[in-house]
Design a binder for this molecule. Sequence first.
Ligand code: ADP
Ligand code: MG
Length: 274
Amino acid sequence: MLKVESLWHYYSRGEEQVAAIQGLSLGISPGEFVVVLGHNGSGKSTLAKHFNALLLPSKGKITVNGLDTADEENLWNIRQQVGMVFQNPDNQLVATVVEEEVAFGPENIGLPPTQIYQRIDEALSMVGMNEYRNYAPHLLSGGQKQRVAIAGIIAMRPKVLVLDEPTAMLDPQGRREVMDTVLKLNQQEGLTVVHITHFMEEALHADRVVVMEQGRVAMQGKPMEVFLQVERLKELSLDVPQMVHLAHLLRQEGLEVPQQIMTVEQMEQWLVNY
Ligand code: ADP
Ligand code: MG
């Protein structure tokens, strides 16, 4: 679905050239749920912007469903296939009513009103916001706003959803709402998801975790494979999910905690039977 081949990205900072992405290669399959981790400045947002041609490669190549992002003729098609959600919900919402917000994209591509209406219905249902369709977005919580932003993208029927720290400004409740929504879109609608976050717990349900450092892939694998490398993650200035950390400490105390324990529920169950 997404193919990154030896990508380099340079930003100009005065006289200086900053290499934000340094020869990164990565493939993401249709329907995959990939979580991207990495400390500040590791190049996550730069990579995200390459997925829908907001940025173009300085060197190397990116294709979306076989379409080269550097080819201007593909731009419209790529933008339609890859939807982006950013950190600040307030910067993404432009309309005064929720349903107008979701209608914006479909109207822009000239769909007839009946189809627009259908898409609003469908998109708001998918994010669980149908009952708020006549609300003013500024009256919603952060989590609800992000769900509306996601609905606005879903209404365009993309194949890929790229989310750049969509939960960073939300409270725990809002984070849960957004994560549940994204997981559902992946599992039920088969949407390919690239989710960038600094909350380790959000990586637990991913098909694959990709850890970035200095514009390269430092580690990748199933969540368990990545999170069990506690020392390596520390070197990369990253935490591990709470329960992985607890299991690590308990093992140091001599308890034989099974390796697959990553969530509170799993830990609870194991302890109850211990
Ligand atoms: P992350 O999202 O992982 O925090 P970014 O992709 O935002 O990382 O940034 C990667 C590197 O590129 C950092 O060193 C950052 O300072 C630099 N950078 C990002 N955006 C710009 C820009 N517009 N101009 C110059 N340098 C930038
Ligand atoms: Mg970023």
